[in-house]
Design a protein around this ligand. Sequence first.
Ligand code: FAD
Length: 462
Amino acid sequence: MIPGDTDAFVGWGNNNATRAVHRRPRNTKEIAALLEGSSMCIARGLGRAYGDAAQCAGGTVIDCTGLSEILAFDGSSGVVRVEAGCSLDQLSRYSVSRGWFVPVTPGTAFVTIGGAVAADVHGKNHHREGSIAGYIEELCLVTPDGPRIVGPDRDPELFWATCGGMGLTGVITEVALRLMPIATSYLSVDTDRARDLDACMEMLASGDERYRYSVAWIDAGTRGRALGRAVITRGDHARVEALAGTQRSIPLTYNPVQRLSVPFTPPVSMVNALTLPVFNSLWYHRAPKHRTDEIQTMSAFFYPLDMLRDWNRLYGPRGFTQYQMVVPFGQEHVVRYTIERLQEASCPSTLGVLKRFGAGDPAPLSFPMPGWTLALDIPLGSPSLAVALDDCDRHVAGAGGRVYLAKDGRMRPELMREMYPRIDQFLETCHRTDPDGLFVSDLSRRIGLTPTTPTQRKGMKP
Ligand SMILES: Cc1cc2nc3c(=O)[nH]c(=O)nc-3n(C[C@H](O)[C@H](O)[C@H](O)COP(=O)(O)OP(=O)(O)OC[C@H]3O[C@@H](n4cnc5c(N)ncnc54)[C@H](O)[C@@H]3O)c2cc1C
């Protein structure tokens, strides 16, 4: 029996809700006190992980959004010290006008810094600049022993386990992050259409050196010769000289407004086998075949989905999942297989995202590795989806790839070791700082990273 009020928690995919005690501490001290009184807990940011990573059925969810201060900023080095519940949106509103931007950003600004570190997020520049862990000077982590400072040079083992560790090493309360200097808050963007998957991959590969940011939006519903047709957008931060008019006179500004929202969850998914092909086709044909040097705002380039608040509700009461996998270069056929397998199972997906990753980092649970990453949003409800995705998992693991834990809400535990071969190193680090297994999430139980019952947790060994 849990003392205190419980709330239902879900991920961005809006499914598999579970209940937990909801705590909203305001500082590191309160978090340390909370840990003393808990038997099982997990940190939560803005709930943008698609699955069950920030849920803890029967335990305590530590909502970190109450720690959202920007504590210090050094305008000469660009190092900012922020509390972990500060969102990227909040940080950009502060830093962009000063000429600095986060060095790595996911496809939404509504994630917390703590959540971004815990997932070791990647952006459209991973092929050149890696994931967020590479830009952290140090962070404050609260473990059952209390707060401690870790960084690449200070308890590196615990630092790297925390980056990508999905909250299982402790609660991050502060992060010192190196920002990137920018001259303007605009991007100079090239757009190209690719007629099929091969053409798309060829174009992306040939642009690695030229473009800092690059992404392909794939129409995963088209079959036959046009399978994998895509619109590729690539670019870099614009120079002041590339701007005109007001943009040139105020080159650094960041103030996006969410004008539209989905006010309620419709009784059935608006994203389905009827609407998707129409949307995907319109979107493909509306894009220019080849356009260069278009000036776009940061929010249009990095966060197009953020313009529509609560867009995840469009998937109806059953919700949706995102399948994001990476396979090493040379295993391109698995990308094609994944798209075809989901088509064969009649599981339509919205625009997919295909990107190239560069070198990974030393974090044992970090997702990126050199290769191709494909992400597909799929409405839940089709009886054949689970089998199709299990099948895709086997192909991904067999090719030496893996599934992204921050997007996952359904993977089985059997393939975890194959996908994340440094898992024992991770578990040993967790055991050193958290021998009683305090940090547990629905995700960690489902994929076998932590035991499933309190009795099993006692005497847990990696
Ligand atoms: C539209 C959209 C686009 C996205 N695009 C990308 C992308 O391009 N690249 C990418 O890498 N990811 C992407 N993501 C995933 C997202 O970046 C991650 O799931 C991120 O972890 C979400 O942060 P959050 O604050 O919402 O954390 P939550 O979803 O609340 O939690 C996620 C994980 O972080 C842990 N966590 C949260 N706060 C803390 C803390 N203070 N201390 C310790 N652990 C903590 C939680 O325990 C949980 O395991 C996208 C998500 C959405 C919805």
